[in-house]
Design a protein around this ligand. Sequence first.
Ligand code: DOR
Length: 425
Amino acid sequence: MNPVHEVTVLLDVLIPGGRIADITLSDGVVRHIGASGQADRKIRCSDKYVLPAGVDMHVHMRDGPQSRKEDWKTGTMGALAGGVTVVVDQPNTIPTVTTPALLRERIRLASGQTYCHFGINAGVTPDADLEGMAQAGAMAFGETFAGPSSYGEELTREDLQKALCRIKKIEGLVTIHAEVVSQGEDTDLITHTRLRPASGELEAVKMIKQIAPEGTQIHFCHISSADTMAEIVSHQIGTIEVTPHHLFLACEDFESEETYAKVNPPIRSESERRRLMSSWDKIDVIGSDHAPHTQKEKQEPFDHAPSGIPGVQTMIPLLMAEVLKGTWSLESVIQKTSRAPSSILNIPPAGYQKGMRADFSVYPQETEVIVAENLYSKAGWTPFEGKTAVFPEIVVLGGRVSYELGEFNKGNPVWLQGRGYYHRA
Ligand code: DOR
């Protein structure tokens, strides 16, 4: 057993804004910022980036009947090795999480295996017990399928409206997969994009705006086009999440029948990708939509291959490479990967102040190249192969070193409850 009051100190941390200070951590929180005293472990950080660890509010950890694709152990090892200490699991599992009993079962499954903190979202289907799942501690509702996807059935406009009213009533957070999809043969990346165009995403967002009761807390998952983003921002409809695959990959990078790049919403053109990159300031959250599928499944003919891309381990490392290049600021990466998702989910934030959650990642000022073999996901592949990234050397969870240069030390990860859990009578 680890001593109860284990103390860890991050030495000479450059805090964004310019101050250099030691950060003392114990019992899961930041104890002190400033000169440090005795500690069980002191970590030199003078030439490193020290970030409040990431919160990935969009992952599919699979497990259960889908454990060939991923399980809680491999998925969360990947998260930790990518600087993420909180993941929020999506409910389009087998079976879909639609009752308090299924939610509790999912929490039980995760608790035994997880390497990082986690929340579990509630599934939104016409017969789901939304109120019961809120009380049982669901983190948020969705991803809610206003457009079909792998393992996600589309809700009708009427069912969606009813669900939004119920979620508003219990003051829940709804997360939405917004797409309008046309019927047709899905034979390659070009047709996939044609059947799921950016204009369909925009249309779905406008529809949500019309039917959602005033004041509903809406979070849009994986927004893939700058026009949709502009609509959400100008009408203040909700918060915006963007994935690394929409920021860093374009259709033109792949052979037309490349199933590994098949994802919903689709990877778009290079010009659309650039517009998305230029909209960086409008993005609230970067989420990975970590959606692992096996290589065998991805090698099926295009129309059969499942949609989805694994990405929890590479998300922050890809962003950090851009920080090193000077594309955007370290502060903005911390905001979009840690502060904003914590605030949207209403969970204790990690950060450089006394009392904050003691989850940090320590990054070198050096890039490396992404290699699928070095990733922990069972998927065993990545569309980011060969891209430049900065991986953390050390990750601290709950005040203790949980990951260091390829070695894991299973700390004390916890289940994070949603707000309905605290409000129950
Ligand atoms: O491509 C996708 N795959 N998009 C989603 O929204 C779901 C995901 C999955 O679960 O595989």
